[in-house]
Design a protein around this ligand. Sequence first.
Ligand code: HEC
Length: 166
Amino acid sequence: MKKIQLLFITLISSIACLAEAENVLPAANGVQYPAGLKNWRIISSSYRTDNDTQRVILGNSIAIKASRSGRIKPWPEGSILAKLVWKNAEHPDWSSAIVPGAFVHSEIMVKDSNEYKATGGWGYARWVGDEQRPFGKDKSFSEECLACHVQVKKSDYVFTMPAKIP
Ligand code: HEC
């Protein structure tokens, strides 16, 4: 492929990516839905028995690098952790396989110790449902997030322990 064609394709796909992110409104505390989130790599997954949901935890490139090298106490500035949550569903052809069903919400934590000093150095955001509606009436919603995440202050407010990937 000619260089110019490649450049054009790259340009078009980055515009598409930006447009996609722009469709999602920022959270009330100003935290933006990160462009390209759907292409991020995995840090771990989790399964909640109390509310019948499953999750994947993804990271931007800074978070992935930190997670793979075990340098996560604290997570480096610029890390973004994302969690995508689905209701559990049965695989139609194999009932013992529990797979992602209806989409519940996406959530992120952005590490910026100055900007988000009041909430432990992390900016929190959640977008609800297929329409990805920002959660919370005003920016005080992050106090709710922090109230739970403070329980793991010793792990820089992060519950996820990167899964072993041999
Ligand atoms: C009732 C407790 C609770 C509240 C409230 C809560 N979280 Fe969490 N959060 C957890 C637990 C437990 C985990 C790890 C298990 C899992 O993956 O669900 C987690 C994981 C996460 C993760 C993946 C990184 C990590 O810490 O493991 C993100 C991102 C996240 N939460 C964002 C948020 C945001 C944004 C809010 C507020 C809108 C919020 N959380 C509110 C309990 C909570």
